[in-house]
Design a protein around this ligand. Structure first.
Ligand SMILES: Cc1ncc(COP(=O)(O)O)c(C=O)c1O
Length: 371
């Protein structure tokens, strides 16, 4: 076994398996098809573990569509806020369905989509999101068609639609209420569609989520309109499966103890910074213990992962495991400050660690210029 140096993202096979079992229960009992949202998680080295439980992938670009086709297989859905003509030529090779964001994109590219099923994204004007930044129904949102006349005009070209209206929604009652509103508003179209994707952003693998009620809602919706329902889990598929494993490089003090680790929030867990959220750490206690701020080593003044009360006093060289580091992390890692990019590793159920990816100085250099 190769010794892996920190930092690295460590995917736990057992935990991934537990999430997959939850997804499979929803899929089997509701009849919905599940497509992994590659924008959230695209570490394809573990796709063999996910494939038996899911129906394919959904993408946001040509690269993602191609990656999904090549590494996951099954059904490949494509959606992008805007395609170029070049994109469509390439995306249509790898996709079963292309979902267009606007009527003008659909009208422009429909003639080139002869062998592909087309859909349209509808923006229902309602959403569940605690973050304006990620709210698809935010004021002046460009995400999807809002006018009924545009949907009517799209009907001869499409057999279905995508309505993504949730972000980290763990409230089944809120989901049910919004879907009921959507059902009323778009009944005339839903009756004519063959399929509908309800997008991602629903926390159905969290323990407190009422999955039985969710299954019933999906079944009723699908039966009422005779629709094949798709879900596009990203975060739900991989939440709680992965840690960012780091080493304490230094401990400094400025009115509090600050442990500096060999990673960076900006470069390696960017979403925490974007959404102003705090990381959680393994080995902490809710009260008592030894209090530290865990900070990154980039030059950014607020490169701070979060605060934690650790069971033991931290020492230089200690390992800090930053939790929940799968979704929107590896896909967003960057070379800020030229920092060593975390490797990606998989911890097998027997404890063996397989290295899926390692970045070198040459990758950094190549990412900026090749001559
Ligand atoms: C269209 C669409 N589908 C799926 C997802 C995946 O969402 P999540 O990772 O929150 O499940 C997103 C996330 O923004 C999305 O925009």
């Amino acid at each position: 076994m190769k010794k892996l140096s920190t930092p690295y993202y460590l995917i736990d096979e057992q935990k991934l398996h537990e999430n997959m079992e939850k997804l499979a229960a929803i899929r089997n009992q509701s009849g919905a098809k599940l497509l992994l949202a590659l924008k959230c998680f695209a570490a394809w080295g573990v796709f063999d573990l996910m494939k038996p439980y899911m129906d394919g992938t959904t993408s946001s670009s040509y690269y993602e569509a191609r990656l999904g086709y090549e590494t996951f297989g099954k059904e490949t859905h494509a959606y992008s806020v805007a395609y170029s003509s070049e994109d469509i030529k390439k995306v249509s090779v790898f996709s079963d369905k292309i979902i267009f964001n606007s009527l003008s994109q659909l009208e422009q590219f429909y003639p080139e989509c002869r062998n592909v099923t087309c859909g349209i994204r509808i923006n229902p004007g309602v959403s569940y999101s605690n973050f304006d930044l990620a709210n698809p129904a935010r004021t002046f949102s460009r995400l999807g068609v809002t006018a009924m006349t545009d949907i009517e005009a799209a009907m001869p070209m499409v057999s279905g639609a995508m309505i993504h209206f949730n972000c980290e929604n763990d409230d089944v009652a809120a989901f049910e209420q919004m879907l009921a509103g959507i059902s009323r508003k778009y009944a005339t179209f839903l009756e004519r569609f063959d399929w509908i994707s309800l997008g991602g952003g629903i926390s159905y693998t969290e323990d407190h989520f009422d999955s039985q009620q969710f299954i019933q809602i999906l079944k009723n919706f699908s039966q009422n309109f005779g629709l094949q329902v798709y879900l596009e889990p990203g975060e739900a598929a991989v939440t709680h499966t992965t840690s960012l494993v780091t080493t304490v490089l230094d401990i400094v003090e400025n009115n509090k103890k600050i442990a500096v680790v060999d990673a960076s929030i900006e470069a390696h867990m960017l979403d925490l910074l974007v959404y102003r959220e705090s990381a959680t750490f393994q080995g902490t206690v809710s009260q008592g213990g030894f209090s530290y701020q865990i900070a990154g080593r980039s030059c950014l003044a607020a490169d701070i992962f979060g605060e934690g009360n650790f069971q033991n006093e931290l020492q230089i060289g200690d390992t800090i495991m930053i939790e929940d580091a799968a979704g929107y992390t590896m896909v967003k890692k960057n070379w800020f400050n030229g920092l060593q990019m975390p490797s990606v590793a998989l911890m097998r159920t027997d404890g063996q660690i397989d290295v899926l990816q390692e970045s070198l100085y040459t990758d950094y250099k190549k990412s900026l210029s090749t001559q």
